[in-house]
Structures are given as C-alpha cells and as structure tokens.
Design a protein around this ligand. Sequence first.
Ligand code: FE2
Ligand code: FE2
Length: 167
Amino acid sequence: MTKTDENLKSAFAGESQANRKYLAFAQKAEKEGFTQAAKLFRAAAEAETIHALNHLGIRDEIESTLENLDAALGGETFEFTKMYPEYLEVAKQEGNKQALWSFDVANKVEQVHANLFQKAIDALKAKKELEKVDYYVCGTCGNTVEGEPPEKCPICGAPQEKFFKPS
Ligand SMILES: [Fe+2]
Ligand SMILES: [Fe+2]
C-alpha cells in the first residue's frame, strides 16, 4: 500500500465519522432550538459523505455486488465473532453499563446482518433473484428485519413504532 493509499483509507474513516458526528450534532442543535446550526451540520454532513465516497472510490474497494456482499459478510462476522466479544469482556471488567448495552445490541444485530448478507449471497450464487421484501430497522438498536416490523424488537424490546423503513 502506498502512503497515499494509506492516507485515502484514513481520510475515508475520518470523513465517515465526521458525517455521523455532524448528524448527531444536528439533532442536538435541533433540540436546543438552533435550527440554523442544525441545517449547517446537516449540509456539512452531506459534504463529508461525498468526500468519503470520493476517497473510497479511488481505492478500488467497490467491486461487484457479489464480492461486496462477501466483504460485508466478512466484516460483520469479524465484528460478532471477535471484535464485540472482546469489547464486551472489557466493558464488563470496567463496569461500563452503557457501553455493555451498546456493544451487546450491536453484536446481536451484526449476526442478523451476517445472516441477511449470507442469504443474498446464496441467492446470487444460485443465479436467483433476491426475494423482494421490505426491510425495517429498529431506531433504538439497529435490528434489521425483513417483511413486517415485529410488535416488539426481539433484541432491545423497543415497540413497533420505533421501526422505520429505509428508503
Ligand atoms: Fe452490521
Ligand atoms: Fe431494537
């Protein structure tokens, strides 16, 4: 990897984080009644996404959809088999209950994502069309379900109204 490749990778990570951070800042600004500051954060967040995607596009990490599904499955599997179990252990030792909750629900949802990606991979490999279903995401824990939102989130217990359908 050249130095510029490393820089692209690091800039992609930074811009991606700035995007999510600015969206969180916008929510806070909205709550505090600073509508214009919220607008500015959302505009800057969009711009950071464009930068992130520009950086990512140069590094040839976006392959065919089948390869991308495989990469996604690999990432999710790493998270729920290695990364989160280790993070959970440390959070337990340190008695950080909020981090425990956050790591725990993410850990469970990554397993759900891995299953969904695996299902899509199997269908593509069998040269089948992916089943046309809607996906719903739990606004509390990120649980991702096919078809209809459950009455209660099986991962975090949030009520059905917390689920939304991504466009
Ligand atoms: Fe995931
Ligand atoms: Fe949930």
